[in-house]
Design a protein around this ligand. Structure first.
Ligand code: HEM
Length: 130
């Protein structure tokens, strides 16, 4: 296994651990926000590292010739980033006391975590394909 793959995999596991711990502490506002913020920022930094070392966007753009599992992996990755940017405003609104948005935030939370987990599972599948 390449050293870069080990570094990416271990960061990915760490990030997911932070996000799941953050959801465990969902009732403790300050702890929850700190953990989710850290997890999201670190995840964006991980994507940046992968792009800078492997030109991931260029590879991903060749969807017609890429293996199906890579396309699925890229789709869940893009979806996860979009969900990150969607869940932040709902979280900030909930923090300000807008209880009407709680259900939306909870739904987006479950969806985001599911999508992020699928990114991880498909990344393992892509690795073993190579
Ligand atoms: C992937 C990111 C996130 C996930 C998966 C997530 C998930 C959740 C879940 C499941 C709840 C409990 C809702 C309920 O059942 O009542 C919650 C509550 C909350 N979240 Fe998030 N969240 C995320 C990000 C954020 C962010 C970025 C913020 C703020 C900027 C935030 C602010 C809050 C607040 C203020 C609450 C209410 C806490 C309380 O009840 O005191 N969340 N979140």
């Amino acid at each position: 296994m390449k050293i870069s793959s080990i570094l990416f995999f271990s960061q990915s596991i760490f990030i997911m651990a932070i996000l799941f711990t953050g959801v465990y502490y969902r009732k403790i506002k300050t702890k929850h926000i700190k953990l989710m913020g850290t997890g999201i920022i670190w995840d964006l930094i991980l994507i940046l590292q992968i792009e800078l070392t492997r030109h991931a966007i260029n590879t991903a753009s060749k969807a017609l010739t890429n293996p199906m599992i890579l396309n699925i992996h890229v789709s869940f990755s893009v979806l996860t980033v979009l969900l990150y940017f969607t869940i932040i405003p709902t979280g900030l609104s909930l923090k300000k006391g807008n209880e009407n948005i709680r259900k939306t935030h909870r739904f987006l939370g479950v969806t985001t975590l599911t999508s992020r987990t699928l990114v991880f599972i498909t990344s393992i599948m892509v690795y073993f394909l190579n």
